[in-house]
Design a protein around this ligand. Structure first.
Ligand code: FAD
Length: 406
């Protein structure tokens, strides 16, 4: 009987198991997940779940019984500690070993640590896991706390919005001049900065965070010589892919586990998907590592097919979304192409109701709709079509977007 093993307990692992059974694979499937929960998704952890508006059912993909009902061996609180590709063998914590016919590494990413004094004090947190969100919720749900956030990336800003909505004081400390400028550019990053300031966030840009201070617990952050008082400090300075297992096994690793368009690693019968995979993208002909929900949800279908020797490759357009206060946003596009593109705006930046397009050589390579709905599919079609578009028509709300695709 063929045995497929999935290492990881996030969305990519859960989606892989689901796809295998949906596609009629009737061999053995084992999931090895080091957290204590069945596979779960993370976006609600900084938004609805943190705010108490959504329950565990919005987070956990399937209850444990679902795995039993689908004849999937779910091994929670168990880590894979050694991968031996030559022997097709995995060693697990607890001394047990598994052999596999094919293995999927869906080990995700972990929060980047801040190399400053005081960063390990109690009261300094990161947000990646369900348990982190629970601990943060316990502090923030009653309101009245002083939260200092280090970093103004997506997670930092989502937590800032949630914390404000729960009645806490929020200070954000950021090294760059504009939040999200690496992802969106300064003009659009300023839209987010204005929104947070309007909601009472003390957003301090271009600052140098020196250290976290406190005796038994963090009670302040020193920034450019001044101490910002804190009841709680959250570090949100990005994530690093969990490549340790792959690296020790001798797999090619470069900003994640390197995989081809079929999501095959450099070792036979070893595949990778989700945040940990730096996958060759056939459309842009470059490797791309996407730390987004949609990628973790969709890539496993390709990996699951490849594990069963079917011919599939992953060529999806990257997609991301965020919700902060009353702003909802969807972003589709190829980051390596967007970074050199010209920005075209359709709509009203001040009112936070617009679509922005990234245009490179008269072709749309990225599009972001902010509080404008039911357009993302068309934006994606526009990008995929690779058609030449007229920037003036793109910016003109009276020109239906569909006419630019047709
Ligand atoms: P992960 O979710 O990181 O899961 C990997 C799992 O594998 C972890 O449980 C890890 O502990 C486990 N593991 C690692 N090594 C081993 C091992 N050796 N043995 C066993 N288990 C192991 N994306 C969006 O597009 N929109 C959003 O709004 C959004 N919001 C987010 C909010 C938060 C708070 C976070 C943290 C992320 C958010 N993301 C969002 C990103 C999205 O959640 C990730 O892209 C997604 O979680 C990646 O899934 P994954 O399965 O690849 O990895």
């Amino acid at each position: 009987m063929t045995h497929l093993v999935i290492v990881g307990g996030g969305l990519a692992a859960g989606s892989a198991a689901e796809t295998l059974r949906e596609e009629g694979f009737d061999g053995d499937v084992t999931i090895v997940a080091d957290e204590q929960h069945p596979p779960y998704q993370r976006p609600p952890l900084s938004k609805g779940y943190l705010q108490g508006e959504e329950g565990l059912d919005a987070v956990i993909l399937h209850p444990a019984e679902w795995y039993a009902d689908n004849d999937i061996a779910l091994r929670t609180s168990t880590a894979a500690i050694v991968l031996d590709p030559a022997e097709h063998r995995l060693e697990l914590t607890g001394g047990e070993a598994l052999t596999y016919d094919a293995v999927l590494l869906a080990t995700g990413a972990s929060p980047r640590r801040l190399p400053i004094a005081g960063a390990n004090l109690p009261g300094v947190m990161t947000l990646r896991r369900l348990d982190d969100s629970n601990a943060l919720a316990e502090q923030l749900r009653g309101g009245g706390k002083r939260l200092v956030l280090i970093g103004s990336g997506w997670i930092g800003l989502e937590v800032a919005a949630s914390a404000r909505q729960l009645g806490n004081e929020v200070t954000v400390l950021e090294r760059d001049a504009v939040p999200l400028s690496a992802a969106l550019g300064s003009e659009l990053g300023e839209v987010f900065a204005r929104m947070h300031r309007e909601h009472g966030v003390d957003l301090r840009m271009s600052v140098n965070v020196e250290r976290v201070v406190g005796e038994a617990r963090a009670d302040g952050v020193v920034v450019d010589g001044e101490t910002v008082p804190a009841d709680l400090v959250l570090v949100g300075v990005g994530a690093v892919p969990n490549t340790g297992l792959a690296e020790a096994a001798g797999l090619e690793v470069q900003n994640g586990i390197l995989v081809d368009a079929h999501l095959r690693t450099s070792a036979p019968d070893v595949f990778a998907a989700g945040d940990v995979a730096n996958a060759y993208h056939p459309v842009i002909q470059k490797h791309l590592r996407s730390e987004h929900w949609a990628n973790a949800q969709k890539q496993p279908a390709t990996a699951a097919a490849a594990m069963r020797d079917a011919d599939a490759s992953y060529a999806e357009l990257p997609y991301f979304y965020t919700d902060q206060y009353d702003l909802g946003m969807e972003l589709s596009g190829y980051p390596p192409l967007m970074s050199q593109a010209q920005l075209v705006i359709r709509g009203d930046l001040e009112a936070r109701e617009f679509i922005s397009f990234w245009v490179d050589d008269e072709r749309v390579v990225g599009g972001m709709n902010v509080n404008v709905w039911d357009v993302n599919e068309t934006v994606q079609e526009l990008i995929r079509s690779g058609r030449r578009v007229d920037a003036a028509a793109l910016a003109d709300p009276s020109v239906p977007l569909e006419t630019l695709v047709a």
